[in-house]
Write a protein that binds this ligand. Structure first.
Ligand SMILES: [Zn+2]
Length: 161
């Protein structure tokens, strides 16, 4: 479980890169920074992690973890801003190559991690999915309500962004 001081984005921006690397985003514009830096903060990222978030602060195992194996999680589960972006060298076949604050937007991660995102990111994902469903519904209504005309443009039905 992570712990520390909750700091707003402006304060984190003023902190040095070493402290930023140890921060954990827990909500829109809020970060937890440990007041006692040490091994408790050293959870690396992996694109194929053996641990996941439960809530904002708790890491839980996604599978059995062998003795001596490094515990890591996917930072896409917690990070929704650009405070800690880097080139990834996790070595997994699933490696994204670059880890960014926008990775939570990747639908393949929603499928892989369902429910293992920080609650504030899950709210963002739910809003995105709901918005897409509404847009598809609207597109269907427009297509079906349109009078048939020889010169009508075909509607791009079934095209999901
Ligand atoms: Zn990777």
């Amino acid at each position: 479980m992570f712990g520390g001081d909750v700091v707003p984005r402006e304060d984190l921006a003023r902190a040095g890169p070493d402290l930023r690397r140890l921060a954990l985003q827990v909500d829109e514009d809020l970060y937890v920074v440990s007041g006692v830096p040490g091994p408790g903060d050293w959870f690396n990222h992996s694109c194929e992690p053996n641990a996941a978030l439960r809530g904002q602060l708790t890491l839980v195992a996604r599978r059995a973890i062998r003795r001596g194996e490094e515990v890591c999680y996917d930072y896409a589960m917690s990070d929704g801003s650009s405070y800690d972006e880097f080139t990834c060298g996790c070595g997994s076949a699933l490696c994204r190559g670059r880890v960014t604050g926008d990775d939570w937007r990747l639908p393949e991660l929603w499928a892989r991690y369902g429910g293992q995102f920080s609650p504030y990111l899950q709210r963002r994902i739910d809003a995105l999915v709901e918005g897409r469903a509404r847009a598809r519904e609207e597109l269907g209504r427009v297509a079906h309500g349109r009078p048939a005309a020889a010169d009508a443009e075909p509607m791009p039905l079934g095209v999901a962004p």
